[in-house]
Design a protein around this ligand. Structure first.
Ligand SMILES: N[C@@H](CCC(=O)N[C@@H](CS)C(=O)NCC(=O)O)C(=O)O
Length: 213
């Protein structure tokens, strides 16, 4: 499979950039029949929910995108090389030629449009598209504020020696319970998918927030 604007596999292998970061590895497509060289790279750490959503999308939709690891435990997200790609110092981020992009939801939408993916991922019809975007906004603002904060206070922050508290965890749990209720009674009321009859990038975003709980 070849997407518009892709370079041939041979060209990619010859011209491919040297790894940006130490201990970089490529997660997908190197050994896939679809791997045929690409200018597009997504930088991730699979400890990160938004990174997993982008990685999952690339894999599930078979996108010719290189996935490179940025190790949060080694603070690689704060190196000058990476800050040149994402000045916020967070994962994920995307680089496509000279273009760089932070924020997972924007990355998901960009990839969907760039690679002209199947409609169910990111529908072209305006109302269906807006529903996917609404679910993504809800996930970023509402679900994540409970789920990620709970994980931070109970697990991640503790491991990193950051200040955490049981009060913080309890508050996050309250937000999470409300969000889960909304997910079941509103987003999933009529379909196993949040925004229509097929799986979309919103489902990937949401499932990656939930899977580690
Ligand atoms: N809204 C951002 C959130 C990105 C984010 O919070 N990434 C975290 C990991 S889940 C990160 O890189 N943290 C490292 C840091 O802040 O130094 C997105 O969706 O991309």
């Amino acid at each position: 499979q070849r997407f518009p604007g892709q370079k041939s596999a041979d060209r990619q292998r010859t011209v491919g950039r040297p790894p940006l970061l130490h201990s970089t590895f490529r997660i997908c497509h190197r050994d896939s029949p679809a791997y045929c060289g690409t200018m597009t790279t997504v930088f991730v750490d699979l400890m990160s929910q938004p990174s997993r959503a982008c990685t999952l999308f690339c894999r599930a939709a078979g996108l010719p995108v290189d996935i490179e690891q940025v190790r949060l435990d080694k603070k690689q997200q704060k190196t000058p090389e990476y800050l040149a790609i994402n000045p916020f110092g967070k994962v994920p981020a995307l680089r496509d030629g000279e273009f760089t992009l932070p924020e997972s939801a924007s990355i998901l939408r960009y990839l969907a449009v760039k690679f002209n993916v199947a409609d169910h991922w990111y529908p072209r019809e305006p109302k269906a598209r807006a529903t996917v975007e609404s679910a993504m906004d809800w996930s970023s603002t509402t679900l994540r504020s409970g789920a990620a904060r709970l994980g931070w206070h109970r697990v991640v922050g503790k491991r990193m020696g950051a200040p955490t508290s049981e009060d913080g965890a309890k508050e996050a749990l309250g937000l999470l319970k409300l969000a889960l209720h909304q997910l079941e009674t509103i987003w999933l009321a009529r379909s196993p998918f949040v925004a229509g009859s097929g799986i979309s990038i919103a489902d990937l975003q949401i499932v990656c927030e939930l899977e580690q709980l």
